[in-house]
Design a protein around this ligand. Structure first.
Ligand SMILES: [Zn+2]
Ligand SMILES: [Zn+2]
Length: 216
């Protein structure tokens, strides 16, 4: 699986275009804004979009979803239904943070942990990682050792949990019990900032390292 990162919105959210090298079929993950920049990357890499994937319902990740899905007739998969209240609040959130007008939407498919998402000949695993938001999901392509983790985990940090239905303990469990066991070698694209590996965060992340949680 190939991945091109396109930072979008004033929040520099890492929207990603992912695709199969074999079939060129691909998806946009978390189109929070700046759709023209996302589509330029799609064109550069000669990707044929077949769906839109959403990790969670925050405005910087999902604001352009409805417009993009409608313009390109693409189905939307994700997040988990527990994020419906965030998606329903997109119009207000867009106004509050100075985004262009955004519409709420209903995904064609809500996801749950253990689901798989297909892109051409690729199969991605869906991991439900509540904490930052209750319906946050992570997409993992095991053969490429690459995960798209949204705002669950960052290089040297973790997602905020001071939002409605945020849960710090749940977030730590999501990372420690559901992500780190996938392997130290997994490279992850976070929702903001540089990529890292699960192993590097397990060693040195001040919030979730082995030392930080007393597992060393
Ligand atoms: Zn978020
Ligand atoms: Zn974000």
């Amino acid at each position: 699986m190939k991945c091109a990162i396109v930072p979008v919105t004033p929040f520099q959210q890492n929207c990603s275009v992912i695709w199969s090298e074999t079939t060129k079929e691909g998806a946009v993950v978390d189109p929070g804004g700046d759709p023209e920049r996302v589509l330029a990357a799609v064109e550069t890499h000669d990707v044929r979009l077949t769906k839109i994937l959403i990790t969670h319902g925050h405005v910087d990740h999902a604001a352009a979803t409805a417009d993009l899905a409608e313009a390109l007739s693409l189905p939307i998969e994700g997040p988990h239904k527990a994020d419906k209240f965030w998606i329903d609040a997109l119009p207000e959130a867009a106004a509050r943070y100075g985004f262009p007008p955004a519409r709420a939407f209903t995904p064609d498919r809500w996801l749950v942990g253990g689901d798989t998402v297909t892109l051409g000949d690729l199969t991605l695993d869906v991991i439900h990682c509540p904490g930052h938001t209750p319906g946050h999901v992570v997409f993992l392509h095991r053969p490429s050792r690459l995960a798209l983790v949204g705002d669950v985990l960052f290089q040297g940090s973790i997602g905020r949990t001071d939002f409605p239905q945020g849960d710090h303990e749940a977030l730590i469990r999501s990372i420690r019990d559901r992500l780190f066991p996938l392997g130290d070698d997994i490279v992850f694209v976070p929702g903001h900032g540089p990529t890292s590996t699960f192993g590097a965060e397990r060693r040195s992340n001040p919030y979730v390292s082995d030392l930080a949680v007393g597992a060393a």
